[in-house]
Structures are given as C-alpha cells and as structure tokens.
Design a protein around this ligand. Structure first.
Ligand code: PLP
Length: 474
C-alpha cells in the first residue's frame, strides 16, 4: 500500500477507539453480509461464524511452523486430510497436507510434480490444461519455471479431451483440469482425461478448490449433474479442495491430497546445514497461524455430512430459482451446463450489452463479477444469498429491461473499463496498464508523475483511441 506519510504513533491508542475506527473502514466494502456479493465470502450463518471464530481463536497464537511442537494442530490437520480423502473416495494410501488456500495448494501440486519429475521426466516443464483453468496455475508455473499449455475448451465450455491429448509431447510434465471451472461452474470430463493420463503415464491434478466440498453432496442430490471426478478415477493423482470455500471453514485453508506418499514426499523441503538447526517444512509457508486449521476441523465436525447435504440442497434450490428466472427473460441465457451452485449468464449475442446490465445491477447495490470470453456475469449461489435471491432476480429483470430500452447506453466507469479491456486485442498492453494500476495502488504517490487524472480515466482515454484506430480501414 501507499506509504502516505504514516508512522507508528508515538504512544499507543485506545483499543476501543481503534476497533470502532476499523469497523468504520468497512463502510465502502462489498456488502457480503447482506448477500450482495456472488463470490469471495462463503457463509453458513451468524451462529456458524461465531463458532468458527471461537475455534480459530483457540489456536490464534500457535504457529504451525513446526508440526512436532503442536500435536494439537498436527492431529487436526491429519483428521481434516483424512475426512477429505474419505469424502473424495481415496483409499488409505491417499496422503496430503493443509495449506493456506487454493493458490498454495495448486502451487505445491505443480512444485511436487516438478520435483517428482526430476528423474522420471527429465526436462519436462509443460502442464496441459483447459483454457478455463484457474489463474493460480499460471501464477505457479510462472514462479516455478513451468509452462501452462492452454487448450481451447469445446463448444460445451468444457475441456476438449482430444485436443488435450494432441498437445501431449516429449516436454509434457502433467495434466490438469477443473471440478468445476471457476468462471462458469462447468465440470471438465475428468473420466476421459483420467484415461489419457493413464495411457501416457502422466500425473493428473484435479482442481476442485471450489467444487471439492460441494460436488459430493450435489452428486447425491442431483446425480444427473455430477459424474465421478475424484479418486474413484485411477488416473487422478492429486486433488485440491478448499476448506475456506464450501467446507465453510475460515479463510486461509485448503486441502491438497495425493494418491500416495510416492508423490507427496517430493513436496517436503529439508535443509540440514543452517545455523538455526535442521529446517524442514511440508508446505510453502513458514510461520503460520493454527487458526485456519482449527476452523476447518471445527466446521467439518460441527456441520457433519447431513448439514452439508442440507446446505447443498438449499443452494441448489436457489440455483433452480435463478435458472427459472433466466429462462423467463428471453434476452438471457446461462453458459453451458453448470454442475453445481455456480453459473454465468450472458445476453444472446450480447444484445443488449451484458455490461450495461451489470452496471444497472451495480447501481442497485449488487457487487457484480464481470467476466470475458464471452462477456458474462458470474454468480455463486451461497446460503447468504438465499434471502435476497428474489430481490436480485427482480433487479436483474429490470436491469435487462433498462438495457433493452436504452440500446445506446454504454457501460460506464469501471465497468466500461472492463468492457474495453475485454475487447482490446493486444493483451500485453492490457497487462501493462493493469500493472500500472497496481503501481499506483502500492506505490508512493509522491513519486507519481504530475498528472492528476485518475488511472482508470487515463487508461480509458488511451484505450478508446486504440479501439477507434482500425488498421483495416482505407
Ligand atoms: C478459489 C479457486 C482457486 C484459488 O484458490 P484461492 O483460495 O483463491 O487461492 C483455484 N481454483 C478454483 C477453481 C477456485 O475456485
């Protein structure tokens, strides 16, 4: 963050006043408690939240930097891993660790296969994955010196298995796919990819960060929506499933499972010559609060299979209600065949402009997730959304009517910026401008150039000029 001439106060301030001040900082935040967000915060209810905080507080100070120092945390991690492995049909060979979140789980899976491959797959650095795979893969590959070979998805929006097979070459390290994809909630054809992985003797990571703790229940409730995707398939060698999403734990926790220790052992880092002694670690972080581990353990044990099933039933009923509404609005359609409580919807042929619809929704106080390729709106139906679902549907209906009645309305402000970014053909320039926004956010304003124009406005002027330049016009 910008340093903005702040210093540590000379004398400490009153805790009560500080708490009140921090509470007031939240006034401009996305209103997740009122169900106004459709991603990011995954909630059961206030009572569960209160219990999670108690559980987390019990281990607030303990540090899991050394699992041998805190048997309590070691025990809870083992039990969370075992319960997750059981839920995902793993046998007693399945082994894993808890991490700080989906990104760390994915990072470690790629790291582990890289290390595993040092002998068996010398020089192989390519990860073949559908184009809809989560950016955490690209980020991890970037850091680890691996490459994600993205394969365009099929007409149905799911991984194109034959195209993935064709991409396999002498440099291929592993395969990856999603259960389901984050943008559209589509379950990749994991059974066929599992077969391809077996035929080519490649490791296969299934990213179930968002689906891991939802699909097992949806499979029971709506078997037509969910085919096997977990350790039942012999080609699946690892799975990431976030406890801070639909296990309804606290933020900062995820489970990473491997089919056997033959893989997991490559994740462990050990150095023996440091002055501080022998240093060993199972995951990426060093010092690490026990809170998220405790909260995940508490969530799983307090909710139990019955409550998970019940909650899944409730959000799926919400999905039905939303789908019925989308079906009744002729301009709207959802994308593909979503397998759980995530879907994305668009306007047919983008008429009227879906980003104008998004603006009209934002105007009504909804936090809207705008997506690209194709332009659409992302929705995760969570328990906290259910009480306001009908209000959202009503606002969606009038937002579409407004966009339809105002065909010349352009998406405005940040939404317009997003629309522009989606359309600019030169992705390097888009990246450069986003990097600039981050520099502004994290940099020292005193060092910024003299221009007072806010960054998005500058960028929009620039982008508009670029878009009006048509190289094919004579
Ligand atoms: C959330 C998510 C991730 C990344 O996890 P973080 O917890 O945000 O680090 C990866 N893949 C999918 C499908 C996700 O939903």
């Amino acid at each position: 963050m910008s340093t903005d001439k702040k210093r540590i106060p000379e004398t400490g301030q009153d805790p009560e006043k500080l708490l009140a001040a921090m509470e007031s900082f939240k006034s401009g935040d996305a209103r997740w408690k009122e169900g106004r967000t459709w991603s990011m915060v995954y909630q059961v209810d206030e009572a569960h939240n209160k219990f999670l905080k108690q559980a987390s507080n019990l281990f607030f100070s303990e540090s899991y930097i050394n699992p041998f120092a805190f048997e309590s945390l070691q025990r809870m991690e083992k039990e969370v891993v075992a319960m997750t492995a059981d839920m995902l049909h793993g046998d007693e060979q399945v082994a894993g660790t808890m991490t700080s979140g989906g990104t760390e789980s994915i990072f470690l899976a790629l790291y582990t296969y890289r290390e595993w491959g040092r002998k068996a797959k010398r020089g192989c650095t390519e990860v073949i994955a559908p184009a809809t795979i989560h950016p955490a893969f690209e980020k991890a590959a970037h850091i680890l010196g691996l490459q994600i070979k993205k394969v365009e998805v099929g007409e149905d929006g799911k991984a194109d298995v034959e195209a993935m097979r064709r991409k396999i070459g002498p440099g291929t390290l592993m395969l990856a796919a999603s259960a389901p994809s984050y943008p559209h909630g589509l379950l990749d054809p994991i059974p066929s990819i599992s077969q391809v992985a077996q035929e080519h003797q490649l490791p296969f990571h299934v990213d179930a960060c968002i689906g891991g703790f939802m699909l097992p229940w949806v499979e029971q409730l709506r078997p037509e929506l969910v085919h096997p995707w977990d350790f039942r398939l012999p080609g699946v060698t690892s799975i990431s499933a976030d406890t801070h999403k639909f296990a309804y734990g606290a933020k900062g926790s995820s489970v990473l499972l491997y089919r056997s220790m033959a893989y997991l052992r490559h994740q462990f880092f050990i150095t023996t010559d440091w002055a501080g002694g022998i240093y060993a670690s199972a995951t990426l972080l060093g010092s690490r609060s026990g809170g998220p581990i405790a909260a995940a353990w508490a969530a799983m044990n307090s909710l139990g299979r019955q409550r998970y099933l019940e909650l899944a039933g409730q959000v799926m009923a919400g999905v039905d209600q939303l789908k019925a509404a989308i079906e009744s609005i002729p301009e709207l359609d959802w994308i593909g065949a979503p397998c759980m409580n995530i879907l994305a919807f668009a306007t047919r042929n983008n008429r009227p402009d879906i980003f104008v619809v998004a603006d009209a929704l934002a105007e009504k106080g909804w936090y809207v997730d705008r997506q690209q390729r194709p332009n659409c709106i992302h929705v995760t139906v969570m328990p906290q959304n259910l009480p306001v679902l009908q209000a959202y549907i009503d606002d969606l209906r009038s937002a579409v009517a407004f966009a339809k009645a105002n065909p010349n309305a352009k998406a405005e402000g940040n939404a317009a910026l997003y629309g522009l970014m989606a359309r600019i053909p030169f992705r390097g320039m888009v990246a450069q401008n986003v990097r600039k926004m981050f520099e502004t956010l994290y940099g020292n304003p005193a060092e910024e150039d003299a221009s007072t124009e806010p960054e998005p406005a500058k960028w929009m002027g620039w982008a508009n000029r670029l878009l009006s330049f048509n190289p094919f016009r004579r």
